[in-house]
Write a protein that binds this ligand. Sequence first.
Ligand SMILES: [Zn+2]
Length: 479
Amino acid sequence: MLAIALAVTTGAIVLGAQPPAAEVTYRFTYATPGDDMVTIEMEWSEPLRDAAPLVMPRAIPMGYGEQHYDAFVSNVEAFAGATASAAPAREEGPRWRLAAGTTRVRYRVNLREMEREVRAASDASRVRDGYLGALGYSVFAFVDGFEARPTLLRVEGPSGWPVFCTLSPRWPVTPDPLDGRAPNFYALADAQIVLGPRAQLRRLAEAPAPLYLAAYAEGEVDLDRLGTLAATAYQRVIDYFGTVPFRHYTVHQELLTPISPRHEYGMSMEHLDSSTYYLAASSGLTARSTADDDARVLYNFAHHIAHAWVPKRAYGIGYFPFQWELAPVLDSIWFAEGFGQYAAIVAVGAGMPDPAAYRQRMLERRFRANVTSAPDFLKRLTLVDLSRVASTRYAEDFRTGRLVFSRGGLMAAALDERIQAETKGAKSLRDALRFLVVWSERERRAFRNEELPWLIEEATGVDTRAIMDEWMAPVPVGK
Ligand SMILES: [Zn+2]
């Protein structure tokens, strides 16, 4: 029950005690197979009182970097009721100026060009033969000031094309237009749309909330094997956190023929109710994959599913509300990435014959080896300074991303050990993370780094300040 309540009240975080703001309706239309473009329409009932900017996202939630999605937008039109206004003028940044009185906007987004220009496959939407896969933040704009408004989305594909959206998965999947609701722009932008006869859609689990697999493969892949691993990871992470903060969850995987040697495949991304895995066509799980491959894929699923709790629903400052035009400078990536991954390690390990051995092996492989091999100039940064540096180049210069999550992961492990030792095994870091998820939902805000030891103590009765201070400091020479 708690789970459903959490999902439904996400929108109230911003709305607070204010009367509910008017809804914004979005329409996503992909009209003709083979077309490069999608058309987006946005509409709201109350005409704009003053001129306001229309904004395309550049920053990606948890992307720790920027993509200039506005570069692929064209044909921006604004309307006041049924009347077309002058074409909105382009402004500095990812903005267009909407005139007072505007109630509707229409624009097009070129997905073919986006895939060509954005070299990180996990940041791009794409159209390919018989298939479309779209990331919400790469296609949906917002009117500045409307971010907290609830949104209604209608998705329409070419005649006969199955329509799937992570906001409101429909089962069985049909080609009819699909409607979905999001409590705010963040939830809309964090959703994905999957269309086309070459999409392979499966329902992997019914409970505790339906789990879907949306796959598109240009290479060999064993979807049964992949689906089993996704369902296992899903269940273990749910068991770890003890709550289900979404009404459904989707694993979206694309196996793609690289479009140039400079394009990068293999990064995954977490979202509120889904996670996305955009890989090179040759890296699918097949009948010839090894037990090690299975273990790697299982952990990767668990890692990104765990982010639905940490930090999507328990987060430091800057994660939510989110700043869309410039990647925010964040002080707590070590928590989001390190603690999230540590939770995934313990969650996955719980299903292993020897959980302690798995944990040790993963701490060594995922975290300790990265700290040892990191360049000294990054080790000399405090964890907050490293987090700030990684905020805008986490993946682009992965030395920063890898070190910030590794130091955070080792801190989580040290905290877990201390909590278990002092409570003689009665409590663990898991209790602190569960507490934090409930606290975040109740307080409807981000925690400040200084509050974390206090919150952990409240949850477990253990004072962990000294350990946190130690791990926030630069890495000692020689470590
Ligand atoms: Zn992560």
